[in-house]
Design a protein around this ligand. Structure first.
Ligand SMILES: [Zn+2]
Length: 303
């Protein structure tokens, strides 16, 4: 089985993680632009971060056999630094058209402040203008209200729900998100409410249409193998293989493929791993390490 993890902050992860992900069957990842734990103080920090999402990290993933895409946006938390947020908004148009950018995101609400609302709306307009899908981050506090508000505002701006992926859902939000025609993504964090067990029940109850599983693994306690592990559990619990394939692979491809930037042939027909390659003069190797060079595509995991 092939998997896509359509929400993972691989910049924060190690090469061991990349190797484990590839072994577990992950063929592609989407890395949403977000905050980094510590607030940024200069627009230049955003610029370098965006450049690394479309540049170095894309290259680094490829060195471990994984195709990397990203989303570009101003996250809701940092939208609250209004002066800086205004500068970041001016940067976004320079990045949204780059190769591998599959959506505007992750955007939406954190504390549901006025500033968050303002920059969320501006970015919905940007998404419409450049015809890219939107990845919505729903708040962890007051989730239900924040989720409904995200959809209401998106509709106010005339976005097609089929172009919008609402992430971090739970049992309280899923029904309305699906009923209104949105993609409903679920983040599987270890030791939290939305663990793999709950995910199995959601797929059993709502079926696989428009449901997407992701790890949102980052620098916090999280699991870059959450997607394949959840898929295994679903199979073990009797969810049909085709349904597992939809929620752990196909739906993400369909939703983000609408960008025109993500295609199955990107991994089915990719070049073999060649760790002798460089990006801007840098490699993933350190002194004396032997590069991995696969001479054929035999590392592709059979579907
Ligand atoms: Zn995230």
């Amino acid at each position: 089985m092939m998997y896509i993890d359509p929400h993972i902050h691989v910049t924060s992860r190690t090469t061991d993680d990349y190797e484990a992900m590839q072994k577990a069957g992950i063929v592609a990842v989407i890395e949403p632009a977000f905050w980094l734990g510590q607030p940024r103080t200069k627009v230049g920090s955003f610029q370098d971060y965006f450049s690394s999402l479309v540049g170095w990290e894309r290259f680094r993933a490829k060195q471990f056999g994984i195709v990397h895409y990203c989303t570009i946006g101003l996250n809701s938390k940092e939208a609250n630094n209004v002066a800086l947020a205004e500068e970041v908004m001016e940067l976004l148009p320079l990045y949204v058209g780059k190769e591998g950018v599959v959506a505007i995101g992750e955007i939406g609400y954190d504390d549901q402040t006025e500033a968050e609302d303002r920059f969320y709306r501006l970015q919905l307009e940007l998404a419409k203008e450049v015809d890219l899908p939107v990845m919505i981050h729903t708040p962890h506090r007051d989730k239900k209200k924040g989720t409904i508000r995200s959809m209401d505002v998106s509709e106010e701006h005339g976005l097609d729900p089929g172009m919008v992926i609402v992430d971090h859902n739970n049992e309280e939000t899923v029904k309305e998100v699906l009923d209104r025609g949105y993609w409903a993504a679920f983040t599987i964090y270890p030791h939290t409410k939305m663990g793999s067990e709950r995910m199995v029940e959601i797929v059993r109850q709502y079926g696989p249409e428009k449901i997407i599983v992701d790890s949102a693994a980052d620098w916090g306690i999280s699991d870059p193998l959450a997607v394949p592990k959840t898929a295994d559990l679903m199979l073990e619990k009797g969810i049909p293989e085709e349904h597992v394939r939809m929620v752990c692979y196909q739906n993400a491809l369909k939703a983000y493929g609408q960008s025109g930037q993500m295609d199955e042939k990107d991994w089915l027909e990719k070049e073999p791993i060649d760790q002798t390659k460089k990006h801007g003069g840098s490699t993933v190797l350190r002194g004396g390490q032997k590069p991995r060079v696969d001479n054929d595509s035999s590392n592709i995991i059979e579907n």
